[in-house]
Ligand binder design. Structure first.
Ligand code: LMR
Length: 333
């Protein structure tokens, strides 16, 4: 009797193995940017690697461009299990109660990708991803986009140029403080609504890496963009924890490998994608692209770094200090 039930069990398992190929595990991966961006391309790369390496047992359905959900909704959808994977900007985790991610929004905290990677690819990054566990979310990786530029219908070179401008921001209190420090009025708005808001004058300007400006055509409705590189915008790739924890072990291992390689791909292309889109924006002739002199850069940095101190109580002084130590941050440079 016992033997027969074991045999039946083995048969059922074999059948479920067969059924898996016909009836794959589906990962719905929703994001808000265009396909032709660092995140859009990396999501496609993850899909390709995940499907190849699980031999079709996993199917990744990527939904770009806010097709399925907008910023705030996508995080709710992930927690409810309506989608399994997202890669929101690090500036969008505050409303979830994970304020520490806003450390990445501090103006000028990273001078370049190498400094940033000391944090995202090291122990600080791992501990930050761990903070998502209690929200029913598993953090898998950090993907780069790049350094942000400012835009408006007037040239923005000096801190006083921002006075009174309505500037669209992501839902981060650090970005709110950044804009207020410059005398601007920050307006939180979903990414999918920014183009129209700029076009109709609901907001006067915004900030984003060049890849987001170009692929959303925001530069077509802004007369000036200044290359300030004043802050970083990147992503945490996250999954519904319950979904992830209940995956068959071999599938999870294959997906972890696919994510590791997709992350390398994402971070390898991010800089050249953004550099290419600065060129594309210049070539379009729709926006005048401005650069700052060394003195202008210094003045903007001096105006914005007090935001670090101001945000200590929200983000945690210890975390900010740990990042300074890792990157050698110097406010006076
Ligand atoms: C934004 O809302 O400006 C960005 O977070 C969009 C993105 O995902 O890059």
């Amino acid at each position: 009797m016992k033997r027969r039930s074991l045999l039946l069990g083995a048969l059922a398992l074999a059948c479920s193995g067969l059924a898996l190929a016909d009836n794959p595990i589906v990962i719905k991966f929703s994001h808000v940017v265009a396909l032709d961006t660092p995140k859009g391309k990396a999501a496609e790369q993850f899909k390709k690697l995940a499907e190849e390496r699980t031999k079709g047992r996993v199917k990744v359905e990527v939904y770009p461009n806010s097709q399925l959900y907008k910023d705030k909704e996508e995080l709710e959808a992930l927690q409810l299990g309506a989608v399994q994977m997202l890669a929101p900007s690090l500036a969008k985790f505050g409303p979830l109660g994970v304020k520490e991610f806003e450390v990445f929004d501090l103006p000028y905290i990273f001078d370049n990708y190498a400094e940033l990677h000391k944090v995202t690819q090291g122990p600080i990054g791992a501990s930050l991803l761990g903070k998502l566990d209690s929200k029913g979310i598993k953090g898998l990786a950090f993907w780069d986009n790049g350094f942000k530029q400012f835009s408006a219908n007037k040239p923005l070179k000096k801190p006083e140029d921002f006075k009174g401008l309505k500037m669209r921001i992501q839902s981060s209190k650090v970005l709110d403080a950044e804009m207020r420090t410059l005398g601007a009025n920050p307006q939180v708005m979903a990414f999918s609504e920014v183009y129209q808001a700029l076009q109709t004058g609901v907001v006067d300007g915004t900030e984003n890496p060049a890849s987001n400006f170009f692929t959303q055509k925001m530069h077509e409705v802004q007369k000036f963009m200044t290359l300030t590189d004043h802050g970083y915008l990147g992503y945490a790739v996250i999954v519904n924890k319950k979904f992830w924890d209940t995956l068959p072990g071999d599938v999870r291992t294959a997906l972890e490998g696919a994510m590791k390689d997709a992350t390398k791909y994402a971070n390898d292309i991010a800089k050249s994608e953004n550099d290419g889109d600065i060129d594309n924006i210049k070539k379009s002739g729709k926006t005048q692209v401005l650069t700052l002199t060394a003195d202008e850069k210094k003045a903007l940095k001096r105006a914005l770094t007090p935001v670090h101190k101001q945000m200590e109580s929200r983000i945690g002084k210890e975390l900010i200090d740990a990042i300074y130590k890792e990157t050698g941050f110097n406010a006076n440079e």
